[in-house]
Ligand binder design. Structure first.
Ligand code: UDP
Ligand code: MG
Length: 310
């Protein structure tokens, strides 16, 4: 019998977990002749998430959990989940039911019957999300698809079911700065996209502030594109050109009137601004390289369900 592992990263999800567990067990009951394992990753939650998971693991043999020593972020949680999962197929799902478990049978059908390696979901609406957040999200997807080879789909969720082969491919990418939306596309394989309307969280609140999302989008760009590095170069050339064309030619043609203080100050500010900007771009890549070369572990485990079994 085939087994599906369902990986659920959880950070402060004590309120949502009971709903999630109810819902997923209902869906799983309808899928006959398949074994399941529910693998919860407790990403250093500060609430009672771990207690909830311990209780679930005691009453249901299919429930496993891995608890981190601190908050490592959702990316680390997903990596840990893929690594610890035993299933022939692995699904990643949020704990807040924003990824409808009811899509599972359709996803399973796609990978077993229709010859796909993975079935992924994308939401076609962003209802219930602040408009400003949706706007920046759209801009981000446009930009990253322009400047990187990884195919990153707008509205794509991390909710997807993958074959063992694809999971192993993802695990072979051990980079420290993880951006899964890019990694899923980068490894290739055939993916079937299933669309759904956005669903709001059942309980608790979002863990992603605007600032956190902004930094995450920078991670995504730096991890999957080196185009920003050449922006610095292009800007440099452009400014040399402007300097020569504008300043030299102008002086030759119109002489050198001494009253030029404001424009001079403007130029100084502009050029130094561009320089700082370019330095910043360099810094981004340098800092990522620095962290990568340390080869730190992506997560550290403090406790698993095995610690409580005799
Ligand atoms: N999450 C996590 N670690 C974090 C932040 C979030 O494991 O540092 C989990 C969270 O528990 C949830 C999923 O990632 O299961 C998605 O988070 P959330 O619902 O807050 O994000 P949103 O849906 O608002 O983008
Ligand atoms: Mg959510």
């Amino acid at each position: 019998m085939k087994m599906i592992s369902i990986v659920v990263p959880c950070y402060n999800e004590e309120e949502a977990l009971p709903y999630f567990y109810d819902e997923i067990t209902k869906v799983v009951k309808t899928m006959k002749k398949i074994n399941f394992e529910f693998l919860f990753i407790n990403d250093g939650s500060k609430d009672k998430t771990l207690e909830v998971l311990r209780t679930l693991a005691q009453k249901d043999k299919r429930v496993r959990y891995v608890s981190f020593s601190r908050n490592f972020g959702k990316e680390a949680g997903m990596y840990a989940g893929l690594k610890e999962a035993h299933g022939d197929y692995v699904a990643i799902m949020d704990a807040d039911l924003q990824d409808p478990p009811s899509l599972l049978p359709e996803m399973y059908h796609a990978v077993t019957e229709e010859g796909y390696d993975s079935a992924a979901t994308r939401r076609v609406t962003r209802a219930g999300e602040p408009p400003i957040r949706s706007f920046f999200a759209r801009c981000f997807y446009k930009l990253i698809n322009r400047i990187s080879k990884a195919d990153i789909v707008d509205g794509a969720r991390d909710f997807r079911l993958m074959s063992r082969q694809m999971v192993d491919a993802i695990l072979s990418m051990t980079e420290y700065n993880r951006f899964s939306k890019g990694i899923f596309g980068w490894v290739g394989f055939e993916t079937k996209w299933i669309e759904f309307e956005n669903v709001e969280r059942v309980a608790g609140e979002t863990k992603w502030s605007f600032w956190k999302l902004f930094l995450y989008s920078l991670d995504g760009i730096v991890a999957f594109s080196t185009v920003p590095l050449s922006i610095a170069f292009v800007m440099g050339i452009l400014f040399c050109f402007i300097a020569i064309a504008f300043i030299v030619v102008r002086t030759i043609m119109f002489g050198d009137p001494t009253s030029g203080w404001p424009s001079l100050v403007c130029i100084i500010f502009l050029v130094s601004g561009v320089q700082l900007c370019c330095l910043g771009i360099m810094g981004q890549y340098l800092s990522k390289t620095y962290l990568e070369t340390k080869k730190r572990p992506i997560y550290i485990v403090k406790e698993t369900e095995l610690d409580h079994k005799e």
